[in-house]
Design a protein around this ligand. Structure first.
Ligand code: SF4
Ligand code: SF4
Length: 59
């Protein structure tokens, strides 16, 4: 099953992926957006498409 990986060099912690993910895979930790629940990912691709920085890749 795919799971998202965030490129920390590109990510601005805008929070868009948190808003668009239907599975609540992303969350914030100390102000940084992280992949909190990778096993919940259904591979829908919304986060990869909506990230304004192209910082997310599904692997
Ligand atoms: S949408 Fe992209 S830039 Fe915004 S917090 Fe998520 S990974 Fe980072
Ligand atoms: S691919 Fe879909 S389910 Fe998986 S993390 Fe991205 S938005 Fe969430």
């Amino acid at each position: 099953m795919s799971k998202p990986v965030i490129n920390k060099e590109k990510c601005t912690n805008c929070g868009m992926c948190i808003l668009v993910c239907p599975q609540n895979v992303f969350g914030k930790e100390n102000g940084s957006v992280v992949v909190k629940k990778p096993d919940e990912c259904i591979g829908c691709g919304a986060c990869e498409m909506q990230c304004p920085e192209q910082a997310i890749k599904l692997e």
